[in-house]
Design a protein around this ligand. Structure first.
Ligand code: RFL
Ligand code: PHB
Length: 390
């Protein structure tokens, strides 16, 4: 089997890349270890930056997104029994975020790619990347118990944080930056209309909580817990009681409903440098992880593959490899900016074990300043909706 670009992983990074390449006439095959149904149901991110929405529009992939996505022009910060709105759009010349589930993006991308005759192999698990430093790299994968070789010009490692592509880069060629935060999020999806029109980030002495949503009938809520906690120890009643406490505000109430999905996600930051090795190029979570607080993981994956698609298009058009050589360096500027923003948001709204009354007052002072100062809230807003250049 042979193609121009072998893409490992049918997450947002791999699928957006396949569409971008197709637009410039570059052929690709996507190899995905899971089945289609699993990939389309996996509940993850929900916040799309303006730039991500614009790209999906440019690619003609936003028909359902425009209909069902919820455009938000502000977010709420809640602390000390008060609520404050950060008017994102007013502070950023009209930019906004769109709330639309990652699995909906993935569904739309898969459908459009298959309808256009694109190749996505499901239940095909990449086992290794061979000869990455040659002009004939190979992805070896397993499907229905058989091993196959996919020969290509380039391998795009879009296989997420547990993939195999990263493993093809010798450890002595990589620098790994990592931070494990001492906090995790217990996330639920509940069959109940959201109790808010805009996202609420709540800082509370008992810990952080976030109110998000997926549709007018589905709420997505998170609460800070310890990374070593077990889901079994959290009954539905305990989850709702804890959320009620952390969001408590006079004159406002949190509606409860059946919980249809739950998970615990530790907060961590990881960056692998460089994001390339010969003709293997990593993108998205395969190269870097951000804590979910800034809502950036999916958006960062999309900006990586935008850079990658431009570099590959240039190489196929002219044979010039300068954009490809600069791929990692170009991406890492934004990656580090976003890592900083996500670390900063994480530090701002969580309660840490070592925090005492002094740290609590510092948190409140910081939050009040953010809400009261146009300079400070503009900085939050422009990062949250996504910087145009990083
Ligand atoms: P993905 O989505 O993990 O896709 C990788 C794909 O590769 C497949 N795979 C393999 N395929 C073949 N062979 C192998 N050996 C393979 N190994 C793995 C996997 O099955 C999968 O289909 O990575 P990608 O494309 O880089 O996309 C990254 C995003 O998924 C991730 O950053 C976001 O979900 C992070 N994230 C958020 N990002 C945002 O931008 N906004 C948010 O609001 C947001 N909220 C979140 C989040 C992540 C969360 N969790 C669960 C980690 C909220 C949560 C709770
Ligand atoms: C979500 O809707 O899943 C979501 C929203 C904002 C975040 C993280 C996750 O910061």
């Amino acid at each position: 089997m042979r193609t121009q670009v072998a893409i490992v992983g049918a997450g947002p990074a791999g699928l957006v890349l396949a569409h971008l390449l197709a637009r410039t006439g570059i052929e690709s095959v996507v190899i995905e270890s899971r089945d289609r149904d699993y990939v389309e149901r996996r509940i993850r991110a929900g916040v799309l930056e303006q730039g991500t929405v614009d790209l999906l529009h440019e690619l003609g992939l936003d028909e359902r997104l425009r209909r069902e996505g919820m455009v938000h022009r502000g977010i709420e910060l809640r602390f000390d029994g008060e609520r404050h709105r950060i008017p994102l759009s007013d502070l950023t010349g009209g930019r906004a975020i769109t709330v639309y589930g990652q699995q909906e993006v993935v569904k739309d991308l898969i459908k459009a790619r298959l309808e256009a005759g694109g190749q996505i192999l499901f239940e095909a698990e990449a086992a290794s990347v061979e000869q990455p430093v040659s002009d004939r790299p190979v992805v070896r994968f397993r499907q229905s118990g058989e091993l196959y070789d996919l020969e290509c010009d380039f391998v795009a490692g879009c296989d997420g944080s547990h993939g195999v592509c990263l493993g093809a880069i010798p450890a002595n060629s990589l620098t790994v930056y990592q931070k494990d935060y001492p906090v995790a999020w217990l996330g639920i999806l509940a069959e109940v209309a959201p109790s808010t029109e805009e996202l609420i980030y709540a800082y509370h002495e008992r810990g952080f909580a976030l109110h998000s949503m997926r549709t007018p009938h589905l709420s997505r809520l998170y609460l800070q817990c310890r990374p070593d906690e077990r889901l079994e120890d959290w009954s539905d009643r305990r989850i709702w009681d804890e959320l009620q406490r952390r969001f408590a505000l006079e004159g406002w109430s949190l509606a409860e409903g059946p919980i249809i999905d739950r998970s615990i996600t530790p907060m961590r930051s990881v960056i692998h440098e460089p994001m390339q090795y010969g003709r293997l190029l990593l993108a998205g979570d395969a190269a870097h992880i951000v804590p979910a607080t800034g809502a950036k993981g999916l958006n960062l994956a999309v900006s990586d593959v935008r850079v990658l698609a431009d570099a590959l298009a240039e190489w196929y058009r002219t044979g010039d490899d300068s954009l490809l050589d600069a791929y990692s360096q170009t991406c890492l500027r934004r990656v580090w900016r976003v890592e900083h923003f996500s670390w900063w948001m994480t530090s701002l709204v969580h309660r840490f074990d070592e925090d005492g009354p002094f740290e609590h007052q510092l948190h409140l002072a910081h939050l009040r300043y953010l809400c009261g100062s146009t300079a400070a809230s503009t900085s939050l807003a422009e990062n949250y909706v996504g910087l145009e250049t990083a």
